[in-house]
Design a protein around this ligand. Structure first.
Ligand code: MTE
Ligand code: MO
Length: 319
């Protein structure tokens, strides 16, 4: 069974590095060993599994530590099928987004912090250590991709901001640039604002993305700096952030303002809680025709479910 599993990065003839061999999927490897032994393949079974669980070419083994368990989405697909309503509600807005200036870029920090400040993106990048993480990314529209982000833990950004003890929420505002964004205006409550509790923002999975596939974040994916919150629907991950605020009160967020019965503040992925207009039980992997079951917290429950342990487990947590 394990042998037949398809992995996008399972390239025949690719060297198996010691790093890949020891990257920690012992359970999968021993299961494969058992399967291999049962099928009379001995050591061959172990080799096949090690190759299948190896990181994709160019991606460090450490990026795989949150078990993506799926092949990477093709880079071209992830960078040409986007949601970025400031440009357009069409998925092929990437061409338009090439005109979006990514420098100079600065981010203002305000609200309940020791001292408000503004920092240029390149100065911010000097203060953090960039790492790569392969995460599943699940849109509320029931499509999903799996991509290697680069960036740094959101907890690090919180630490740099120095919120006061009264701050309970962190709020991200996206850029609004009418010169290049034809989708602004109309009835939508611009700018795009999203938020998390500080407890969520401090979870080790919450991430600030500054790159994709080992390159700077393309503008259509939210360059030069965006949020990545893999256990929530994608709309929580604001793109092209220009302001980070700290508040005591839960913020009014873009989608919750627009359609509160469909898109809530929490938006944790849950296959058992349908969107009012469609099921969330399954998701389509973009770039393939594959449809796979959706997992609670997008499969990241082991890291994040404790955040919600004391809360009523109602629909509201998952919409
Ligand atoms: N500013 C802004 N951020 C946004 C959006 C948007 O329209 N504007 N769309 C969201 C939605 S619905 C999703 S699924 C993801 C899509 O990210 P991707 O295009 O990199 O896959 O970005 C989110 N962040
Ligand atoms: Mo989305």
């Amino acid at each position: 069974m394990l042998i037949k599993r398809q992995r996008g990065w399972d390239q025949p003839g690719r060297d198996i590095t010691p790093e890949a061999m020891f990257f920690g999927r012992r359970a999968a490897m021993s299961a494969a060993a058992t399967a291999g032994a049962a099928a009379g393949m001995g050591v061959f079974g172990i080799r096949a599994a090690a190759a299948a669980d190896a990181p994709p070419p160019g991606v460090p083994a450490s990026a795989m530590r949150f078990n993506p368990g799926r092949p990477l989405t093709a880079e071209k697909v992830a960078e040409t099928y986007n949601n970025f309503y400031e440009f357009s509600t069409d998925k092929d807005l990437w061409r338009m987004a090439q005109a979006f200036p990514q420098r100079p870029w600065s981010i203002a920090f305000d609200g309940m912090i020791e001292k408000p400040f503004t920092i240029g993106i390149d100065d911010l990048l000097k203060q953090v250590q960039i790492e790569e993480r392969v995460y599943r990314h699940r849109c509320v529209e029931a499509w999903a991709m799996t991509v290697p982000w680069s960036g740094f833990p959101l907890a690090k950004l919180v630490a740099l901001a120095k919120p006061t003890s009264d701050a309970k929420f962190i709020v991200f505002t996206s850029d609004e640039d009418p010169k290049v964004m034809p989708g602004l205006g109309g009835f939508m409550p611009w700018p795009y604002v999203e938020g998390l509790t500080i407890a969520e923002a401090s979870n080790e999975l919450a991430f600030i993305g500054t790159g994709l596939y080992g390159k700077p974040m393309p503008p259509q994916n939210g360059g030069p700096i965006r949020l990545v919150v893999p256990w929530k629907y994608g709309f929580k991950s604001g793109k092209s952030i220009v302001k980070v605020s700290f508040t005591a009160k839960q913020p009014k967020t873009f989608w919750a303002e627009l359609s509160p019965d469909e898109y809530g503040f929490w938006a944790n992925v849950n296959p058992a809680v349908p969107h009012p207009r469609w099921s969330q039980a399954q998701e389509r992997l973009i770039g393939t025709d594959q449809v796979v079951p959706t997992q609670i917290y997008n499969g990241y429950g082991e890291w994040v479910s404790s955040l919600y342990a004391g809360m009523p487990q109602t629909r509201k947590l998952f919409m």
